[in-house]
Design a protein around this ligand. Structure first.
Ligand code: ZN
Length: 237
């Protein structure tokens, strides 16, 4: 069983008419629906319930998917620190779109995570530049999203372990659209598409990538706690 937790702040879907029309039950419900599988369970939190994301809830999570935007600052620091610590013990973390500026992602990266952006609905062509990676299985050489929010380099992240997807936009900009990182025992995947006023999470390729990412990010090993033990010499225990 892979226990997935989805955090979606769910603010735009209550206020913005376009977002409400595309995601009437919230972005998290669409993601939860396409993730459904015999060996996957899904739990969801929104900004209203984010404080319920306790240490216990994170211990029971194998992979946490995060979508946030205008509510980043409203997520309590303690929750973000809990998420970081859970990743260090081995929990997987998938940051979607504007999660690049979320508190947990920034804690895990240690950098600004700034990027250039433009909201004019350009087309994006996403190139699969690592066809041998588990996350890119089932997608072709490239796929196109007719309308996205343009994200442009430079992207203020530390050098990723792998860049597996490269975004090219109609305006000519480039962006590292799919990046992987390891932080201690935890695996992290950042995936750029997912603006709230475009139906991006209904796209088959986007869904395939997120489904693959959940399986890739699921812990191989998880430590019980973060400790720096004073160890005895072998034979003197
Ligand atoms: Zn956006």
């Amino acid at each position: 069983m892979i226990r997935v937790t989805i955090y979606n702040e769910c603010i735009h879907e209550k206020k913005n008419e376009k977002a409400m029309a595309i995601y009437p039950d919230g972005i998290h419900s669409v993601i939860a629906n396409f993730l459904k599988a015999d060996d996957i369970t899904v739990k969801c939190f929104t900004l209203e319930t984010v404080e319920e994301m306790t240490e216990e809830a994170l211990k029971e999570t194998d992979v946490l998917i995060w979508w946030g935007h205008v509510g980043h600052k409203l997520v309590p620091d303690e929750v973000a620190e809990r998420v970081r610590d859970a990743v260090l013990t081995g929990m997987g973390f998938i940051g979607l779109h504007s999660a690049h500026h979320s508190k947990p992602f920034k804690l895990l990266m240690g950098t600004t995570c700034h990027l250039g952006w433009r909201e004019n609905g350009d087309m994006e062509r996403i190139w699969n530049i690592n066809p041998a990676h588990p996350i890119t299985q089932g997608i072709g050489r490239y796929f196109e999203l007719p309308h996205v929010e343009t994200y442009a380099e430079p992207f203020g992240i530390p050098n990723p372990d792998e860049v597996i997807l490269m975004g090219w936009y109609e305006g000519g900009e480039l962006f590292r659209s799919g990046c992987t990182f390891h932080r201690e025992n935890g695996r992290i995947f950042y995936f750029q598409p997912g603006h709230e006023t475009f139906p991006i999470f209904y796209d088959e390729n986007v869904q395939t990538i997120i489904k693959n990412a959940v399986r890739w990010a699921a812990p191989v090993y998880r430590s019980n706690e973060l400790v720096c033990p004073n160890i005895k010499k072998i034979g003197q225990e």
